[in-house]
Design a protein around this ligand. Sequence first.
Ligand code: PMP
Length: 298
Amino acid sequence: MAEQWIYLNGEFVEKEDAKISVYDHGFLYGDGVFEGIRVYEGNVFRLKEHLDRLYDSAKSIMLMIPQSKEEMTDILIKTLQKNKLQNAYIRLVVSRGVGNLGLDPSSCSNPQVIVIAEELALFPKELYESGLEIITVATRRNRPDVLSPKVKSLNYLNNILVKIEASLAGVSEALMLNDQGYVAEGSADNVFIVKGNTLSTPPGYVGALEGITRNAIIEIALELGYTVKQEPFTRHDVYTADEVFLTGTAAEVIAVVKVDGRQIGDGHPGKETNRLLEAFRAKVIEDGEKVYPEVEIS
Ligand code: PMP
């Protein structure tokens, strides 16, 4: 396998050597922020939105990212070039940095900036064709008034608990409800239900991250003439939907064909989901910001 280069605080190091201190507050406390960004044929999808979200998350937790957004863009491009990648998932992490054992971030001097780029499909290829079986789990989404879902922080414990529940049940993904029992989102993806010509997805105040893929799908759906509602819904609405699908930068767009044992539609990825997926695939190329011009596009 080709060697993999990781950007780590101003230099490129090989994967095996990409290490940070055990005193890093990102490690000790999950104190930091991150982004997942996709590149399609050298086009970075919605880079501005991803960087805005990263810098807003950092501002919210009073973390000063040392680089400007322009400098960060340059780092991302260099990481792609160094790894010779035109199609990739980029993980950009900014942690609070090395401090003492106390919680107080004022002991941390420099944020650590890490960029990992690699080819990644979140679920096995066959699941993109057959659709996912998922469940709803007992783990509830963090209340948005306790920790805003807009802050994409390194604290993913409750999402990890969702994954554990899902794998214990033998499925690869699950939906979280919020504290009132409304459907919030998946462990790392947003959820849509389709009923006739109407798409519904939970609004941010239910507890969902207002994902960048979610927002792209909303735009596409409106362009294609669907009605789109951002409204709270329950498990009943999911069970009785014509179609269900999940969206996320890592997950992309993936159909759901069974929820808590209830078959959705005819048990195969639905017509509308496939139509939206096709339009999404076109959009990631059309709308992508071409930041990687010297590589020929196949
Ligand atoms: N919800 C959660 C909890 C996530 O971690 C993600 C992945 N970033 C999403 C939704 C999907 O968001 P996006 O489309 O911006 O990747």
